[in-house]
Design a protein around this ligand. Structure first.
Ligand code: SAH
Length: 295
């Protein structure tokens, strides 16, 4: 019975070759020959989709005014380096934190970034970077035998960051440095930072690059040494010798360090032009521990 019905009805799908009108196939062929082949189009689309995903929608955090409010607060608290304030105005902090936390991205609060680590609050990050921007060795370095006019716009010169985390501070440093090398010992965070910073570089033309290193920051990074500035986002019981060794004359290091009695304090070390080291300290701080090895 069903066999008989099939015989009566003409088959509609798939079309037999003799059922395709000659004109239609000719037109399709002509269209195909005019089309530009774009084998990379799906890849470009995937990148755009990915960027859209990492940009939280509908919370108004993409707007510059939200960041400007944070900048005003920092400036009211005594941050007055114009380049640093400008960096805070540019770097979208909400793109570096988990989607569930974006509403707090511009509050002055530290936030978890996964694997038990935290991104420091903006006021602490700003205070530490400002200490580097106003390092005493800057003027002597700028006036050396080989003048370095770039130091006015990029006061951090060749900068080493210990503890990349999600990459937020590295992005700020990149706006103020000739080069930033940033080391992270946790592979997943190193990859997260790479993803965050790559996305920004793809979406904002001219966004400065950061050299990300997966490794143990306690040994610094000798291949790019010496550094004009070194900043640590994790604190140990003492300053690793490698950091001091890799600090250039006129350079400054800022790092949280346990001082035994007071707990963690911010330690500042300047390498004077004659090569000697001058230690000083700022107030008490609370950073995640500096650990050796990699995971
Ligand atoms: N600057 C980061 C904050 C990261 S928190 C940001 O903006 O997100 C501190 C980071 O230091 C953690 O990711 C931790 O894994 C890392 N860290 C701790 N000890 C380290 C070491 N010896 N070498 C490199 N990174 C280290």
């Amino acid at each position: 019975m069903s066999h008989g019905q099939a015989e009566r009805k003409p088959r509609r799908f798939p079309l037999q070759l003799d059922q395709i009108p000659a004109g239609a196939s000719a037109a399709a062929a002509a269209r195909a020959s005019r089309e530009v082949l774009r084998p990379q189009a799906p890849l470009q689309q995937a990148v755009q989709d990915r960027l859209r995903q990492t940009t939280p929608q509908g919370v108004g955090l993409d707007s510059a005014p939200v960041r400007q409010r944070m900048v005003k607060r920092l400036s009211a608290e005594g941050i007055d380096h114009p380049g640093l304030l400008d960096a805070f105005a540019r770097v979208p902090r909400h793109l570096f934190v988990d989607t569930a936390l974006v509403n707090q991205a511009y509050e002055d609060t530290s936030l978890p970034i996964g694997l038990g680590q935290t991104i420091s609050k903006p006021s602490v990050v700003a205070a530490m970077i400002q200490l580097l921007c106003v390092r005493p060795g800057l003027s002597t370095q700028a006036a050396q035998a080989v003048p370095r006019p770039d130091l006015a716009a990029r006061p951090l010169g060749n900068c080493l960051e210990i503890g990349t985390g999600c990459g937020y501070q590295a992005a700020l440093l990149a706006h103020l440095s000739r080069q930033v090398v940033s080391i992270e010992r946790l592979r997943d965070l190193h990859l997260k930072a790479r993803h965050n910073l790559d996305a920004l570089r793809r979406s904002v033309p001219g966004w400065p690059d950061v050299r990300l290193v997966y490794g143990d920051g306690m040994i610094g990074h000798a291949p790019q040494a010496p550094y004009d500035t070194l900043i640590a986002a994790a604190g140990g019981s003492s300053l690793p010798q490698a950091w001091l060794d890799q600090l250039a004359p006129g350079g400054r290091l800022v790092a949280p360090t346990d001082d035994g009695r007071q707990g963690q304090v911010l330690v500042i070390v300047d390498r004077l032009p004659d090569g000697s080291l001058k230690h000083s300290r700022a107030g008490a701080v609370l950073f995640v521990p500096l650990k050796s090895g990699m995971t």
